[in-house]
Design a protein around this ligand. Structure first.
Ligand code: PMV
Length: 310
């Protein structure tokens, strides 16, 4: 059985598509899982997606497939140079769909890990990352690559599109409360909306992206030094700029201000926005207050996670 974690973007979403840096961490409390068992001779490759109630059959390897899971399997088999085996791969996930937590990239990663391992050639590192990125393009159009990179790496990353990811020190543990707004939102649409704004006024939006990039650089330094208050303030500034990019929503703004009013050090939306999740940096003893307040303000569920304890 193979796994892949969810992820949260701490700083820099959207601007990362335009070459600015971003920071993301794995969120291991939520996982995608893939398992396999032999299938009867002649049955070919069967993918069972429990959560989507889908059963897929991968037969030919020549043509690109519309379904992301089938396409992930097809790309894996082509990379390994083998025909579809008689194998049943079952994928499942505890990561909410379309919520900015990287569910698509995690499911793809778990599937490729399991399929390649079952065939005796486990794919990892850059090879795995490149395959997952190709599947991400089906979901998102022009992904920066941050989701697949942090999920495949399973470690905090400082990421610039087209460059190898860097890791960094975490000077003091960071406790986050994550609120799922319960609103599913398409990253492709929010990225497309930002693209339209940029095309209408490239100079202004380039300026906003650069401001976000500067926040990410500062945030990295404060994360390395363990300056929690500064990190929180930078999250607030990053959220303000995401609002200007029109990727927040009334509910996300309510969740962000609720967290701040309840004593969070800072809060912002995380991921594609317009739905999905909000993250709040908290002192650990305040986590339950912020979690309760999130739920009263409309979050459908919350999680608390601490980054940088190992
Ligand atoms: O797919 P999500 O919701 O985790 O968002 C991905 C982050 C974006 O910066 C909005 C898009 C990208 O490709 O980096």
């Amino acid at each position: 059985m193979r796994h892949a974690p969810a992820k949260i973007i701490l700083f820099g979403e959207h601007a990362v598509v335009y070459g600015q840096p971003a920071i993301a961490v794995p969120f291991t409390a939520l996982q995608a899982t893939a398992d396999s068992e032999p299938a009867s001779p002649g049955s070919g490759l069967i993918i069972v997606a429990n959560d989507l109630q889908q059963q897929l059959h991968v037969k030919g390897l020549d043509e690109r497939l519309d379904n992301a899971l089938s396409e992930a399997a097809r790309l894996t088999l082509r990379r390994l140079g083998v025909p579809p085996p008689d194998l049943k791969v079952t994928v499942s996930s505890t990561i909410p769909l379309a919520s900015g937590l990287g569910s698509g990239a995690a499911v793809t990663t778990a599937l490729i890990r399991e399929l390649s391992a079952a065939l005796g050639s486990p794919l990892e590192g850059d090879e795995l990352n490149n395959l997952v990125y190709k599947v991400e393009e089906m979901h998102h159009g022009t992904p920066s690559g941050i989701d697949n990179t942090v999920i495949v790496k399973g470690a905090p990353v400082y990421f610039i599109k087209g460059q190898p990811p860097k890791t960094f020190e975490i000077g003091a543990p960071l406790t986050f409360v994550i609120a799922d707004s319960g609103i599913q939102a398409s990253t492709k649409e929010s990225v497309g909306a930002v693209r339209d704004l940029y095309n209408d006024d490239p100079e202004a939006y380039q300026g906003f992206f650069e401001e976000i990039g500067a926040i990410v650089e500062e945030a990295r330094q404060h994360i390395e030094r363990g300056n929690l208050k500064d990190i929180g303030q930078l999250m607030n500034r990053n959220h303000h700029l995401l609002n200007i990019l029109t990727v927040s929503s009334p509910l996300l703004n309510t969740l962000v201000s609720t967290a701040r009013d309840t004593g969070a050090l800072g809060a912002k939306l995380s991921g594609g926005g317009r739905g999905g999740n909000v993250i709040a940096l908290v002192e650990p003893e305040n986590a339950h207050w912020v979690s309760d307040a999130f739920q009263e303000a409309g979050a459908v569920r919350t999680w608390t996670t601490t980054v940088g304890t190992d």
